[in-house]
Design a protein around this ligand. Structure first.
Ligand code: ASP
Ligand code: MG
Length: 414
């Protein structure tokens, strides 16, 4: 007997029929002798609908009241699932986040979980009940309802798994696992059986939107095995776990892409100490996150400085940079929001050289010009023109042999 936490996202509970299908999955786990705790999202589209409603009555809805509103979506699905389970003669009980003491900080709309007191849930499990918990929400120390940020139900599920010391946390969604690349772009993309937490973190932050990043960080910190799988079809999904020897043999886990960034360049700025700070401080003060940064080697005491921001912040960042350009007497500001960041990710990189050159030659072979490069221990990212999105991702996917089983270390030299 194992203790399993099963999380179902919005598309998995989008209709009454879907909720009935979820009940079947939960019951199947029970029949295998497992104890089951279920964590649910709101029906697909519901959270957006509620945000929209708030927007109709207030320009800037109060964040506390917004949380009171948003937390209702999950309360609907937990009650309905418990009813369906009871119809099947399974004892089920639903709880809101507050009722099971999911204690968070008081940052409304993006609260962080501080503690979960799992006593009540443990007692219910001991009494043979299926416990159904509302995702995405908690309470602060003053009893105010909080929510955890979009996609937060993943984090609730993992936190619950940690608190209960569960054997596995299963994240049911509308895809059957984590893929070596976006299957809509690369027809030959494969579902991975296993992936390391760190790889998943890189892939998640790079735009593979399967899991909320915080939930993976949480799972990694407490070493809870996470499994991503489909609630629409049967299958083993993808297990996200600690790096093992087998994984080290795999050179590259996958190729991620991100269309959410935009590039800004300040040309011809004086090359002297403090210039990078002078450029980026106003951006940071405006709460704009900067991703990649490149500063060129100075020529004639002038240099170029390039960085990327989220496309939503593009206009604002551009205006700030134009101001800075005037202040620093820079030559010009170049702005480009038609870029894509493509990254190769894999723990195998740690123990193996030559990945970068292989990546760059593969792109060059297709005439794709690289505009920016950044690297970390287990990833290499490049920025290229948006029009090369498909060609770039496909080229790298095949260059690293991700279609077949030949993605092994011996291959790297080739
Ligand atoms: N219902 C929330 C959202 O749409 C939380 C979640 O689904 O994870 O973001
Ligand atoms: Mg989600």
């Amino acid at each position: 007997m194992a203790l399993i936490v099963e999380k179902f996202g919005g598309t998995s509970v989008a209709t009454v029929d879907r909720i009935k299908a979820v009940a079947d999955i939960v019951i199947a786990a029970r029949k295998q002798g497992h104890q089951v705790v279920v964590v649910l999202s709101a029906m697909a589209g519901e959270t957006d609908r509620l945000i929209e409603l708030a927007g109709q009555v207030a320009k800037n809805p109060d964040s506390r009241e917004l949380d009171v509103l948003l937390s209702t979506g999950e309360q609907v699905t937990i009650a309905l699932l418990s009813m369906v389970l009871q119809e099947h003669d399974y004892p089920a009980v639903s709880y809101t986040g507050g009722q099971v003491h999911i204690l968070t900080d008081n940052v409304h709309n993006k609260a962080r979980i501080i503690d979960i007191e799992a006593v009540r849930v443990k007692k219910d499990l001991a009494d043979n009940k299926i416990v159904v918990i509302a995702g995405f929400q908690g309470i602060d120390e003053n009893g105010n309802i909080t929510t955890l940020g979009r996609g937060g139900t993943d984090t609730t599920a993992v936190a619950m798994a940690v608190a209960l010391n569960a054997d596995e946390c299963r994240i049911y969604t509308d895809v059957d696992g984590v893929y070596t690349a976006d299957p809509r772009i690369v027809p030959g993309a494969r579902r991975m059986d296993k992936i390391a937490y760190e790889e998943m973190l890189e892939l998640a932050s790079l735009g593979a939107k399967v899991l909320q990043i915080r939930s993976v960080e949480f799972a990694n910190k407490y070493k809870v095995p996470l499994r991503v799988l489909s609630s629409f079809e049967e299958g083993p999904g993808t297990l996200i776990t600690d790096e093992d020897e087998e994984m080290e043999r795999a050179l590259i886990a996958g190729i991620a892409h991100n269309l959410d960034e935009a590039k800004l360049t300040l040309r011809g700025v004086p090359d002297r100490p403090g210039i990078a700070g002078a450029i980026l401080n106003p951006i940071a003060e405006a709460d704009i996150e900067v991703d990649m940064i490149v500063q060129n080697v100075g020529v004639d005491h002038l240099t170029d400085f390039t960085f990327t921001v989220h496309r939503n912040d593009f206009g604002k960042a551009r205006a700030l940079l134009e101001k800075t350009a005037r202040k620093l007497d820079a030559k010009e500001v170049l702005a480009d929001d038609r870029i894509v960041k493509i990254s190769v990710v894999g723990v195998g990189m740690r123990s193996h050289a030559g990945i970068a050159s292989k990546m760059f030659s593969a792109l060059a072979g297709e005439g794709i010009n690289i505009q920016m490069i950044s690297t970390s221990e287990i990833k290499i990212s490049v920025v290229v023109d948006e029009k090369y999105l498909e060609l770039g991702v496909r080229t790298l996917h095949s260059a690293f042999g991700l279609e077949g089983d030949d993605n092994i270390i011996d291959d790297a030299a080739g």
